[in-house]
Every structure is written in structure tokens, then in C-alpha cells.
Design a protein around this ligand. Structure first.
Ligand code: GLA
Length: 737
């Protein structure tokens, strides 16, 4: 056991936390501070989180804010309060009584700074380490907890949250994302009520179709985009989560975030350490927009795979042909996307299965061998065909799953999740089952499958990794009886292990996290993935709302956004190509369509749009996002822009009108993020109108554009299908030198 009080602690804390008073730990970023009182021998106290503190603030803070709360509340001394951690010791004692025994701060090789506050139970052999990680230049603090059993009996972890934050109860409004399949990422905002507000997931496999594991807390009433104090919180975890706000009689909201402990009690063996996923916190005085930009930058720089490398324009085969895969059809699609200027073709579902061919969604998952009836030349012939056309090739897989109708399941019935002794509960297609990733053999088999595919076809440039079922009947044939409650956690440890091993061997491949659409939009997944599929719903109008919400926490580079057919396959809505394209161009642009069904004129228009997109994709994908006018405001218009993050040299402005009424009020949108003192030249992208906009080629100061803005001309003219209900504009602004 560690000594109860490390004598060096106070000195250490002082020298590592510039300006902090004795006992204080100051975790800081360029614009924010988190202050904790970690005096030796005491339970650590939370003192402050918000705008960056001066040294004088720190020394006087306890006088200014006399109420203080635990930095990490544990169940025990004040059991009437919610706790972040509760355990049952081997002798049945259910309390913890933690005291600070050590504080360290370390610079990691990647430049990040890690502060660890170690607490030891005063009587029991149990240690908690509160971790705080910051990166140079990023206004995000990641926090997580390690729980170590230093005794000789098994401790049961009954709750094990990643972090806790008290927030003064004033007029706090929480913005969260909700939804369902084909309608993910919807924004909802409400004032925090008294009592308990819980946002949670129990899908087991995916976790962002319905609720999301990220929230914004606007401290000054309903959240505003451009100003106001806002805290952002994102739990970086792909599995079941729980975010809780407990608003009690203390005058504070008590925010907790972590793995959902329901049906997940964790048996911590002697010597074992349980590590929670990180909770990323950010704070901005620039409103919700400021919080989003903080998350986007931190995510691109430190989480998302290849977070700053521009993404290719692709065509995915799914909505174009569904399961109707064959060599000629794939080649025709490749020809078309290459002709339109695309750079990658992705063959979706339907290419595999020999004894049981995958002609619909009820068979073959697990049988990852090419259906040579459809593709006689195998994947190699497809890679050849792509290469001949000067584009790359990608492929769809769903490695975590099988179907009862598959050779795989016939061979390995023990590899699936299902409660022992219960009938199989089957999902998609009436036959889909989830593999038991707690089982290392299953994990090896998955790694092997991807390895075999990649080794035989090293030209595969992109993988669409899908996951189309929840955990349906809780039970693992691998885990022992007293560890069945580990299944949800072990599943995600297993997935992480598999992805990490694949990434280690194939670091350059692009991998999309798809999960029945937007089921895996979470920062805990993204270190293994380059992007996610926002939704199976590709309808441009609904996408404006979904992508708007998703952009609260995720950058455009991660949001796969595809031009699809009209009528749309999900909503049946008829939309002009221009509108569909202009919405898709605001994310990672791709296509999800049968190009054969497009007219030559439409192909030409798309070719021009793709060429335009390539000119600005750096700004869209890695620039700073400014949301200007929300689709949720009821004006029938939405607008946002991206500004090149370094010097505001360049910007791309998007404007979409999705309601049509006579004499409709069209609001003028003021821009944001530009340099007020520079001049910007305006150029319309993806222009279809024969007559340019009156301000085409004209120059305006950043100040004018941000203070006044440009009037939008709502109607399109010229083409047979151009004058209709829908209109949209994409403007490219370039600063004059
Ligand atoms: C899921 C995905 C789709 C598509 C199909 C294929 O629904 O979200 O994009 O890949 O599976 O079966």
C-alpha cells in the first residue's frame, strides 16, 4: 500500500500548478481552469471550473465561493447524495472514505499534461486515482478515474462514473441530442428541473441513435451560438452510458457522467485496476459555437483517426443497388464516380457468402468470402477496375455479427451473445445475432478476418464497418457465472482491442463507423475510426436538422454526408439536385445513388460541384464551424459557415431554405469568424443560375459581413427544375492579400 500522505505532495502541487495556493491543484488550459483542493489527508474538494483563474483568484477562492463539494463524491459518508462511485467490499461494507495520499503531474511524450490525484480509503485497501489530461493549446480537459483493489478479496463496483461536476443552479439550460434510427442527432434544449434528469443508453453495441453521450450546459439561460457561458461535456465511450443531473436543495446541479452501471456491476479482483472512459469537459464564453469549436479542434488533433487529413469524395453503392451486387454493376458505378471527379468507390453489403449468398439481410454475416457468382474475379478484380479508373476501392463489413443462416454460426454457435438456456433472440432479418466480444477467441477471429481480407487485397483503401443489432439477450457463454454482469463492458473492451489491433497493422486505411446509420457517433469510438455515417436517412431536409445537432460535438470531417436520389428513399421527398448537393457539401461529401439514373446534365452539375468542393474541402473539413441560423428556429432557413482556422484567409458559407411560402420573411444572416479588418471576395460555388448573384466577385470587409451580412436571393432561375420550393447557396469567401 502507498503511504497515506505523501510529504512531497503540497510542494509538488504548488510547483506544478502555477499560482495555486497550498493544497490546491490547478488544471488549466489556455482559457479555462479547473481547481481542486487536494490537501493531504482530506477528501479532495471541487473548488472551481470555468474561465482561467489568476493566482489571486485561487488564493481567495474559498472566500468567494464558500460552498464546496467533493471533487469526486463516493458513496459512504453522505449517502443521501448521489455518488460517482459506490462499491461493496468483500466483507459487505458498502462505504468508502477516501483521503488524498498523493498528487503528481507528468508531461507525456505527446506533449499532454497529466495530473493525478490519488486517494486512499482510510480503512480499506482501495485506491482511486482522479486523472486530468490537457493538451497544449486545447481548451478541453479529459478526466477519468482508476479504481484499484489493493486488498486480497474481490470488491464489487456498483457505480463507477468517469467524472462529476457541480454547476450552480441559476438558469442552466441543457442542450442534448435525441432521436432514433433515420432521425439521429435532433437537438432539444430544456431548463434543468429539480430532481434527477438522466440521459442514458442500454443498447450494448451502439449508443447514439437515441440519446447522445454529450451535452451542453448553457449557464446564462437558453444557449446562444455566439455568446454566453457554456460548459460542454462529452463522455468518450462507445458502450452503455449514463449522464445524470441531480438538482437538489444545495443550490447546485450535480452532473455525473460515466458507464451506465445498470446490469453491469463489476467484480474487481485483487490487484486489478478498473479504468473508466474519459469525460471531456470544455468551457467557453463564446456560446455553444465556442464549445463546438473547442471539441472539434481537440477531436481532430487528438481523437479522430487521421483527424486533419482531407477525406476523399466517394460513391457508396448501398442506395444505388442495395444487395444487387455484380461485377458489371460495380464497374459501371466506378466509371461514373470517376467521371464525376470522385476519388473512391465503396461496395456496400451483398458481396459475400458462398453456401448462403447474401441476397438480403437475413443470411451470411460471418461468411466473409466473396460470392463468386456475383463477383467472379473476387475483390482483386474490383481493385483492378478501380485502379484502371484512377480511383480507390472500399468495402463494407459487419464483423461483430452473424446470422443463424450462415456457415459461421453452424460452426460456432457458442460465439454469440444469448442468455444461457434461453431461446435465441434474433435481430435484423429475423436471424441476426451479436458475437460475444468478451471471448478472446472471437476477437482473434475478427482480427483474422479483416487481416485475411486486407492481406489478400492490400489496395483496399476504405472499410465501412457496420453494426446493425443491439445486445438482445444478456448472456455470455465465455464469462463465468459471477462475471455475467461484465458483458456490456467486456464487449466494448473487446471491440477496442480488435480495432486497435487492426489499426496497428493497417494504420492508413480509412474506416467508417456505421451502426444502422448514426449509432456510433461518439468520441470513444473515433480514435479507431476516420468518420461516421450520420444517418441512414439521406433526405437533405432532414439531414439539415440532424447534421446541425451532430455538429454540436463533432466536426464536419467526421460526418459522412451523401448526395442521394430524388424521390429520397427514406422520406420519398422530391428535392432538386442542387439542394441535395449543397447540404451534402457541408460535411464529408460523398454520393449514395445509382449514377445510371442521373441525366447527363445532372452528372455535369455534380462534376462541377465536386470540383468546387475539392477547392474548399480543407476549409469545410478542418476549419472552424460557425452556426449562424438554426433550422430549429422555425424560420424555414438555416445557415452555417466554416472559416479557415489559422488566419481566417478563407471561408465557406452555406445557406439552405427548406420552407416555401408566399411573401415569406427571409432573414438576413450575419456571418461570423472572419477577420473584421480584411476584405473578402465573394464567389458562389455549385452555381446553377445562369445569371450570377449581384455580389459575385465583389469584395466586402469582414466587419460588414459579420455586422450586416449579405441578402440571400431565394429563388433559382434558368433551368427547368431550378425554380422550385427549395433553394440554397454556397459562397466561397477569400481574403484579399
Ligand atoms: C446498415 C447501414 C447502411 C447499409 C446497410 C447494409 O443499415 O447503416 O448504410 O450499409 O446496413 O445492409
Amino acid at each position: 500500500m502507498k503511504p497515506l500522505y505523501a510529504l512531497t505532495m503540497t510542494l509538488l502541487a504548488m510547483s506544478l500548478s502555477a499560482g495555486a495556493a497550498p493544497g490546491q491543484v490547478h488544471v488549466s488550459t489556455p482559457a479555462t481552469s479547473l481547481l481542486i483542493d487536494a490537501s493531504a489527508g482530506e477528501a479532495p474538494r471541487f473548488l472551481y471550473y470555468g474561465a482561467r483563474l489568476a493566482a489571486d483568484d485561487m488564493s481567495s477562492i474559498t472566500e468567494a465561493a464558500p460552498k464546496s463539494f467533493a471533487a469526486y463524491p463516493v458513496y459512504g459518508s453522505y449517502p443521501e447524495k448521489e455518488s460517482a462511485m459506490s462499491v461493496t467490499h468483500p466483507d459487505g461494507n458498502m462505504t468508502l472514505d477516501m483521503a488524498v495520499s498523493d498528487v503528481t503531474a507528468t508531461g507525456n511524450p505527446d506533449g499532454s499534461q497529466q495530473t493525478v490525484v490519488t486517494m486512499t480509503d482510510r480503512r480499506y485497501p482501495f485506491t482511486l486515482r482522479l486523472n486530468y489530461l490537457t493538451y497544449p493549446g486545447e481548451d478541453v480537459i479529459e478526466t477519468w478515474v482508476e479504481a484499484e483493489n489493493t486488498g486480497s478479496g474481490t470488491v464489487r463496483l456498483d457505480r463507477f462514473m468517469s467524472g462529476y461536476l457541480p454547476v450552480r443552479n441559476e438558469d442552466v439550460h441543457v442542450s442534448q441530442l435525441y432521436g432514433t434510427w433515420a432521425n439521429e442527432g435532433r437537438v432539444e434544449e430544456a431548463r434543468l428541473p429539480h430532481g434527477l434528469k438522466v440521459i442514458k443508453n442500454k443498447d450494448g453495441v451502439r449508443n447514439s441513435h437515441t440519446a447522445h453521450a454529450e451535452v451542453m450546459m448553457s449557464l446564462d439561460g437558453p444557449g446562444r451560438e455566439r455568446d454566453g457561458r457554456v460548459i460542454g461535456a462529452a463522455l468518450c465511450y462507445g458502450g452503455n452510458y449514463k449522464l445524470m443531473f441531480d438538482t437538489d436543495d444545495s443550490g447546485y446541479h450535480h452532473f455525473f457522467a460515466g458507464i451506465n452501471e445498470e446490469n453491469s456491476a463489476y467484480m474487481l479482483d485483487p490487484g486489478e485496476t478498473f479504468v473508466t472512459p474519459p469525460l471531456a469537459l470544455t468551457y467557453s464564453t463564446n456560446g455553444m459555437g465556442g464549445v463546438s469549436r473547442n471539441f472539434h479542434r481537440w477531436g481532430r488533433n487528438h481523437k479522430l483517426a487521421h483527424g486533419n487529413e482531407p477525406r476523399k469524395v466517394l460513391l457508396n453503392s448501398w442506395e444505388g443497388v442495395y444487395f444487387d451486387i455484380n461485377q458489371a454493376g460495380m464497374e459501371a458505378m466506378m466509371t461514373d464516380i470517376a467521371d464525376m471527379g470522385g476519388e473512391l468507390f465503396v461496395m456496400d453489403d451483398g458481396w459475400f457468402g458462398t453456401r448462403y449468398p447474401r441476397d438480403n439481410d437475413s443470411t451470411s454475416l460471418g461468411d466473409w468470402t466473396v460470392d463468386t457468382r456475383k463477383l467472379p474475379g473476387g475483390i482483386k478484380a474490383l481493385c483492378d477496375a478501380a485502379e484502371e479508373r484512377g480511383i480507390d476501392f472500399g468495402i463494407w463489413i459487419e464483423p461483430e455479427m452473424t446470422n443463424t443462416v450462415s456457415e459461421f454460426f453452424e460452426k460456432h454457435p457458442d460465439y454469440v451473445i444469448n442468455a444461457p438456456g434461453r431461446d435465441l433472440v434474433q435481430g435484423r432479418g429475423g436471424t441476426q445475432l451479436v458475437l460475444d466480444l468478451a471471448n478472446p477467441e472471437v476477437r482473434d477471429m475478427m482480427v483474422n478476418m479483416v487481416d485475411t481480407l486486407m492481406a489478400a487485397n492490400p489496395r483496399i483503401d476504405y472499410i465501412k464497418w457496420d453494426a446493425n443489432a443491439p445486445i438482445m439477450s444478456h448472456g455470455s457463454k465465455y464469462l463465468p457465472a459471477d462475471r455475467q454482469s461484465h458483458l456490456y463492458i467486456e464487449y466494448h473492451r473487446g471491440l477496442r482491442d480488435v480495432i486497435d489491433r487492426i489499426r496497428e497493422k493497417y494504420p492508413d486505411v480509412t474506416i467508417q463507423a456505421c451502426a444502422s446509420g448514426g449509432g456510433r457517433a461518439n468520441w470513444g469510438m473515433l480514435p479507431g475510426f476516420d468518420e461516421f455515417w450520420v444517418s441512414d436517412n439521406t433526405d437533405a431536409v432532414q439531414r439539415i436538422f440532424m447534421q446541425w445537432g451532430t455538429s454540436y460535438f463533432f466536426p464536419a470531417i467526421a460526418m459522412a454526408s451523401h448526395i442521394s436520389a430524388s424521390p429520397n428513399h427514406q422520406t420519398r421527398r422530391i428535392l432538386p439536385l442542387k439542394f441535395r448537393t449543397d447540404v451534402a457539401m457541408s460535411g464529408r461529401l460523398g454520393m449514395e445513388i445509382q449514377p445510371r439514373d442521373m441525366t447527363d446534365e445532372e452528372k455535369g452539375q455534380t462534376r462541377r460541384a465536386i470540383a468546387d468542393y475539392k477547392r474548399v474541402r480543407d476549409v469545410v473539413q478542418t476549419g472552424d464551424l460557425y452556426r449562424l441560423l438554426s433550422p430549429y428556429d422555425g424560420k424555414g432557413v438555416a445557415s452555417l459557415m466554416y472559416v479557415d482556422s489559422d488566419r481566417a484567409d478563407e471561408a465557406v458559407f452555406f445557406w439552405w431554405k427548406f420552407v416555401q411560402e408566399c411573401a415569406m420573411d427571409i432573414p438576413r444572416v450575419t456571418m461570423d469568424g472572419l477577420d473584421p479588418d480584411r476584405l473578402y471576395r465573394v464567389e458562389e460555388l455549385n452555381r446553377i443560375d445562369p445569371t450570377p448573384l449581384p455580389y459575385e466577385g465583389k469584395t466586402f470587409s469582414g466587419r460588414f459581413l459579420m455586422d450586416h451580412g449579405l441578402e440571400m436571393y431565394p429563388g433559382h432561375t434558368g433551368e427547368w427544375n431550378a425554380a422550385n420550393d427549395w433553394s440554397s447557396r454556397v459562397l466561397h469567401l477569400t481574403a484579399a492579400e
